[in-house]
Every structure is written in C-alpha cells, then in structure tokens.
Design a protein around this ligand. Sequence first.
Ligand code: NAP
Length: 345
Amino acid sequence: MLKVGIIGATAYTSLELIKILLRHPEVKITYLGVRRTDRPKISDIFPTLKNLLDLTCETIEQKEAPKDIDLAFITLPPTISMQYVPLFAGNGIKVIDFSADYRFRDKSLYEKWYKAQHTDSKGIETAVYGLPELFRNEIKKTNLVGNPGCYTTATILALAPLLSKGLIHSEDIIVDAKSGVSGRGREPKEDTHYCECNENIEAYSVGSHRHSPEIEHILSIKTNQKVSIQFVPHLIPMNRGILCTIYAKPKVVGANVRSPLHDDEVHKLYKEFYGKEPFVRLKEGNEMPRTKDVIFTNFCDIAAKVTENRIIIISAIDNLIKGASGQAVQNMNVMCGFDEKTGLL
Ligand SMILES: NC(=O)c1ccc[n+]([C@@H]2O[C@H](COP(=O)([O-])OP(=O)(O)OC[C@H]3O[C@@H](n4cnc5c(N)ncnc54)[C@H](OP(=O)(O)O)[C@@H]3O)[C@@H](O)[C@H]2O)c1
C-alpha cells in the first residue's frame, strides 16, 4: 500500500484529490498538512468527507518532512510550494507539485513571470512536466513531477497533434479560453465574490496570464519550434469546467490560400496521435466538446474543424480533475507502476 500525504489539505484541489484517492485500491492517505495550527479533522473542513475520512490535519513545517509517507502531493500556491518540495524530494519521497514552481525547464522564464527568485534550482532542473500523454516515459523515471496548469492542459492537448506534424503556423495561434470560478481557488478574491461573477462573463489577465508562457514553453520543447500564442482567459459563472476554442492557421501549400487539410484528415491525425490514450476523447462530425460531459471526470474532449482559412480546435476538461487532481493521480499511477486508469475510471 502506497502511503500518501497532502500538503495544503484545505485547498479545493485537495478535496478532489482526497475523493479520488479514497477510491484508489493501492493507496492510503496517511498525512494531511495544513497551515493552521488547531489540528482540525479534514471532515470538519470538508463536511462531505464525514465518515469517509476523519483524519486529523497536522500543521505543516518547513524544517522536517512528516514521517510515514512514500509520496507527497503539494497543493500550495506558486512560490510557496518550492519552500516545501525540497523537504520531501530531498528525503527520497516522491513528489507531485500542483503549483507552477516545477513546470518550467527555464528558471529565468519562471522568475520573470512569477516575479520571485526560484529557491530550488536542483528541483526545477530535474522535475518532469506531468502531462502523461506527452511525457509518459519521463514521468515513469522521475521522483518529482510539476503537475500542469488547467488551461495549459486543455490547450496543449488540443494543439500538440497539429504542431507536432508541422501543419499549422506555430506563431499565429489564438486561444480563447473560459473557466469556471473554482479555477481561481478557494481563497476569496474580489472577482470571485458571488455578486461579482454570477450572471457575468469577463476576460481577465489579457496578455499577462501566467499560463501563456507555460503553454508556449512546453509546446516549443515538445515540438522543436518556437510556439507563440495569443491567450485570452475568461471567467464564467460556473463552478467548474474549462472550454478552449483555438484558432490556428494552416500552412499553405503553393499559392492556394485554402487549408490543404479536410476535416476527416485532421480527425485521422488526432486519432493516430492519441491512439489508445485513456483520457483523451475525440469528437466526430459536428459533435462538440461540452463542459457538462467532462466535469467530475479525468477526460479531455477534443474536436477539430477546418474552415476557410483556419483550423478551429475545441477542448474541454474539468479544471479540478484533468486540470489538477485527476491528472496528479494519473501521474502517481505512472510513477508508481500502477495501471494508469486506477481510481480515475
Ligand atoms: N483551482 C484549480 O482549478 C487549479 C488547477 C490546476 C492547478 N492549480 C494549482 O493547485 C494549487 C492549489 O490550488 P487551489 O485552487 O486548490 O487552491 P486554494 O483552494 O486557493 O487553496 C490554497 C491552499 O494553499 C494554502 N496556502 C495559501 N497560502 C499559504 C501559505 N503562505 N503557507 C501555507 N499554505 C498556504 C491554503 O491554506 P489556507 O486554507 O490556510 O488558506 C490552501 O490550503 C495552486 O498551486 C494552483 O495554482 C489549481
């Protein structure tokens, strides 16, 4: 039985993680760490867990890793995570970090966007990006995974097949993305108050969202070319779910300004690329991904359509599952040699 701990147990993502882990036959949750000092039961923080998991939460320490865990999920915010990860990774404990602190292979890029000095150079250099569909072999061999962001998961999975085959202009891509409010975390912020976000749709962080460099960085590494995107996220009045609509420009053959591809060719390409991937589902014909079909699941649904001079790719995920906790369990399964679908299907 793998003994796992969650550091940041009061987070939204932690609740989802606990629910998945309770269904996982190979895992026992042995430690829950929180910053508060009153040692609450996790079922007092999340009453939905009553009688399912009534474990007492311990106060997290920056000095010593808790005993009796084989794998730690760190669900703390960026720049806070890296203060804790070395405690675990340095003691032979496998780590899956939910923040952006271990997602970049380029420390200076992280420091530019997160406006903080990265204090764990060894960790950021050795961590593997936890998107199993693209980095499964590396994840199998690592003890430290940087779990991807939610928007980034939906966008990268949607674009990887076309970029890998060199069929679209890699520096002319528009990503119009929409997220439910849980994507902004449990900590209250002005724009997540009920009266602010209910009955409202609003773009935010236009030109400055931190998932933009992550998408460009990972796709550039994976497809060996400079990838550049225009990324516009929107907050929409739903609890959970992400929908990305992506506008890519096909590379033109000869003087023909029309796409050289047809819908069925694009569909065939996606089918070949994702083969037997258990968590990527491709839509056929005029079917479109819907957040309703993916919430509470680890699936990413994708459709691609060819129009007059664009290829439109649409993807949908649950930000808290495939965009965070489900993906983290998928990574744990790969790292530990369990069936990748365990606890998730
Ligand atoms: N929400 C999503 O859809 C999503 C998707 C992908 C990745 N992520 C990433 O996953 C992580 C967790 O996200 P979330 O949305 O679940 O967060 P959240 O609900 O806002 O919870 C944040 C957690 O971090 C703790 N925390 C905050 N500041 C701290 C500090 N200075 N010291 C110690 N603990 C601190 C909070 O403790 P208190 O309860 O004491 O405040 C809470 O447990 C973040 O890195 C986020 O970027 C989130």
